[in-house]
Design a protein around this ligand. Structure first.
Ligand SMILES: Nc1nc2c(ncn2[C@@H]2O[C@H](COP(=O)(O)OP(=O)(O)OP(=O)(O)O)[C@@H](O)[C@H]2O)c(=O)[nH]1
Ligand SMILES: [Zn+2]
Length: 214
């Protein structure tokens, strides 16, 4: 077990540094997670002191710190910096890959987000949309809420004329356990402003997202 200092053990195996080298948010209680993981190992009938598992609680605690890092960040900051442009046509960033954790089972759901918007004078750097996805996905989530949250952020921060967020993901909780349906894909969309009110804008953005691919 590590002490309370929140410092991150760099790991003893070379090449293992990527996950553990990320800064851990000060709010995350690594020793508490370690303790809980050790308890789970005992509860499922494992010996947490056997060689292969000795480092597992510490490793899993760092992993959760990373997977839930979005609980301690504010994605709005990425939308504060924008460019004033006259461009008032659609902008689409397609195929933004993400991984999130379903809040029902704490298992990953993995997929792609597509974000389209029509600016109202404010245009953001394209990477900022991916940064928003990163932060919103690194929380315990359900796909529908994640989709709405991204759309709402663009409305509130950029005052866009319209935003369309489409997310497609496969949920491990449906493939590796329970109903066991690998290959099923969940598709959600949130349409705001003119994408909600104007059918032709809506079908145009869907064509830009899926055109020629399905
Ligand atoms: N709507 C929605 N459901 C989700 C999401 N992630 C997981 N789920 C579902 O959450 C539900 C939880 O159902 P419960 O009946 O409480 O839990 P369970 O007994 O483990 O359900 P099964 O998965 O059917 O075995 C399941 O149907 C999951 O497929 C999500 O992002 N959105
Ligand atoms: Zn689940």
């Amino acid at each position: 077990m590590s002490d309370n200092s929140q410092t991150v053990d760099q790991g003893s195996i070379s090449g293992e540094a990527d996950e553990s080298s990320k800064p851990v948010p000060p709010e995350v209680d690594l020793p508490r997670i370690e303790k809980a993981v050790r308890e789970i190992l005992i509860a499922v009938g494992e010996d947490p002191d056997r060689e292969g598992l000795v480092e597992t609680p510490a490793r899993v605690s760092r992993m959760y710190a990373e997977l839930f890092s979005g609980l301690h960040t504010d994605p709005r900051i990425h939308l504060k910096k924008y460019f004033t442009e006259k461009y008032d046509e659609m902008v689409l960033v397609r195929d933004i890959s993400f991984n999130s954790m379903c809040e029902h089972h704490m298992l990953p759901f993995i997929g792609k987000a597509h974000i389209g918007y029509v600016p109202n004078g404010k245009v953001v750097g394209l990477s900022k949309l991916a940064r928003v996805v990163e932060e919103v996905s690194h929380r315990p989530q359900v796909q529908e809420r994640m989709t709405e949250e991204i759309a709402d952020l663009l409305v509130s921060e950029l005052d866009v004329k319209g935003v369309a967020v489409v997310i497609e993901a496969s949920h491990s909780c449906m493939s590796i356990r329970g109903v066991r349906k690998p290959g099923s894909l969940c598709v959600t969309s949130a349409m705001k402003g003119l994408f909600r009110s104007n059918l032709s804008s809506r079908s145009e953005i869907m064509t830009l997202i899926y055109g020629g691919r399905h």
